[in-house]
Design a protein around this ligand. Structure first.
Ligand SMILES: [Zn+2]
Length: 375
């Protein structure tokens, strides 16, 4: 596929920077320092870690898994890119809502406490300090979609805004990056006709669900705490495989369900791409998630999903989604390092890494090996 065809798309789509060629020396790990949200120190007053994305990269460098030269620099999604999914009405409302300090955005901020105290900032700063990072992370997810097809896997260190749909934002999600990545692939990459979303953030996804409600090309599996935000019954109709959890669910039950249902989902429909929404707000002690998964449980979970994808030779795109405790970045980095150690990602990663491999890290509560053989 030539560069020109790539950037124009097969249906005469708009010109985009997001599908530019990436040097083969780069790993398909997408990030930009622009991801991080800072408010001149204000963010330190809040438990929300608005710099987790940069810390993940810092830890990965510290462990010598990556250098600046081998990561792919995310670009900000342009207005034309966003219009592939979003309505002009929504994009304008987002700008105006913030410029006018409208209640809509304030309410989102106030009710979804994942967000730092933006209410006290002048609106132009909110635009620059929040929306630009979110647009860059959105660009990163779209870029990672193409990279996953080229390389077999890709990780966007940010993204995963699963509460935003084409015409409605919410829950810290201003742009529908997952819907965008999938629509870009459908429009621009030959051979992508079906996608499966595996959404393992603690919250029910409702953005991409609403966007793909009538679209049979997209299969959605979602595992979430049934008692928390958003409880969107309308969007639930788009979830083909729904796994509802109760407060305080622990590793053993969680991992068993994740493995059973990810295997089931991928056996039911074989997609051309898997989008893995790897939220870490399932972590024990998360003020919003209400689940009790250990750091080792999260690492094991990511391994289960990558193994299921790689064993089948299905390209996988991972986004990091929710989870903003201070220790979250370390866990995400440890999980990526574990994927590498298991031979599931990296230059040398080979398709077909078998399920027989014994995981290096396993929490005490999940040490029963038989539990995790493919079901
Ligand atoms: Zn969440």
């Amino acid at each position: 596929m030539s560069k020109k065809e790539d950037s124009r798309g097969k249906k005469g789509s708009h010109q985009t920077e997001l599908y530019a060629e990436v040097p083969s020396t780069c790993l398909p790990i997408v990030y930009s320092p622009e991801y991080n949200i800072t408010f001149m120190g204000l963010e330190k007053l809040h438990p929300f870690d608005a710099g987790k994305w940069g810390k993940v990269i810092h830890f990965l460098k510290e462990e010598q898994f990556i250098t600046d030269e081998v990561i792919v620099l995310a670009r900000e999604a342009s207005e034309a890119d966003l219009l592939v999914v979003h309505t002009a009405r929504y994009l304008n409302r987002l700008k105006n809502a913030i410029l006018e300090g409208s209640r809509e955005w304030s309410l989102v901020v106030a009710t979804i406490t994942e967000i730092p105290p933006l209410l006290f900032l002048p609106n132009f700063l909110v635009q620059r300090k929040v929306l630009k990072p979110l647009r860059t992370q959105t660009g990163g997810t779209i870029m990672a979609g193409k990279l996953a097809m080229d390389r077999g896997w890709a990780i966007n260190v940010g993204g995963g805004f699963h509460h935003c749909s084409s015409d409605k934002g919410g829950g810290f999600c201003a742009y529908a990056d997952i819907t965008l990545a999938i629509k870009f692939l459908f429009e621009r990459v030959e051979g992508v006709a079906r996608a499966t979303i595996i959404d393992l953030d603690a919250h029910q996804g409702n953005g991409h669900e609403r966007d793909f409600l009538e679209d049979r090309r997209v299969y959605i599996m979602d595992v979430y705490n049934r008692h928390i935000y958003p409880g969107d019954g309308y969007a639930k109709r788009a979830i083909k495989r729904k796994v509802e959890l109760d407060w305080g669910t622990e590793d053993m039950e969680y991992l068993q369900k994740v493995e059973l249902h990810s295997e089931g989902a991928l056996n039911e429909v074989r997609p051309d791409i898997i989008i893995y929404n790897a939220g870490t707000d399932i972590l024990d002690g998360d003020p919003l998630g209400g689940l009790a998964i250990s750091p080792q449980g999260i690492i094991k979970r990511d391994e289960i999903i990558f193994r299921a994808a790689r064993r089948r030779g299905i390209p996988i795109l991972m986004v990091t989604s929710g989870g903003y405790q201070k220790k979250t970045a370390r866990i995400i980095a440890d999980s990526i390092l574990n994927l590498h150690r298991q031979g599931l990602i990296g230059e040398e990663a080979v398709e077909g890494a078998g399920p027989s491999h014994v995981p290096l890290m396993m929490s005490k509560s999940v040490s029963s090996g038989a539990m995790f053989s493919a079901i």
